[in-house]
Design a binder for this molecule. Structure first.
Ligand code: 5GP
Ligand code: ZN
Length: 116
């Protein structure tokens, strides 16, 4: 499968890893949008949240735990951070291997604007 995040998960494309176990990998985003910008992925190829199956929910809970641990380690737990999943075209998803952005280290802008 021609998936860039599967290749990062296998190690055939290099990344700056910050966490790894049998199921999950976290690494620095190549084009950071904030001082701390880490991507947390399941090693299993799941294209998007739309494609997750019943057996996958435990992995997403584990990803939330990894995000909590990394926020502490990267020094943003107290100042605050965002954990974001973009799903599909309108959600702004560009890489179709599900991933969660951990963003922090600066005051983040509003996620969306509302008309007045
Ligand atoms: P999306 O828009 O799909 O939610 O986010 C994809 C993210 O993957 C972007 O923030 C982009 O900078 C990051 N990205 C794309 N290709 C690579 C890569 O080869 N290595 C790393 N570390 N990040 C990547
Ligand atoms: Zn993949």
């Amino acid at each position: 499968m021609d998936c860039i995040f599967c290749k990062i998960g296998e190690g055939s494309i290099p990344s700056k890893k910050v966490f790894e176990n049998e199921r999950i990998l976290a690494f620095h985003d190549i084009n950071p949008a904030a001082p701390v910008h880490v991507l947390i992925i399941p090693k299993k190829h799941i294209a998007s949240l739309n494609d997750a199956e019943d057996g996958d929910w435990g992995t997403f809970g584990e990803i939330a735990g990894v995000a909590q641990k990394l926020a502490r380690e990267l020094g943003v737990a107290d100042s605050g951070y965002r954990l974001v999943n973009n799903c599909g075209k309108d959600g702004g998803q560009e890489v179709f291997h599900i991933h969660f952005h951990l963003l922090g280290g600066a005051k983040l802008g509003p996620l969306f604007s509302r008309g007045s």
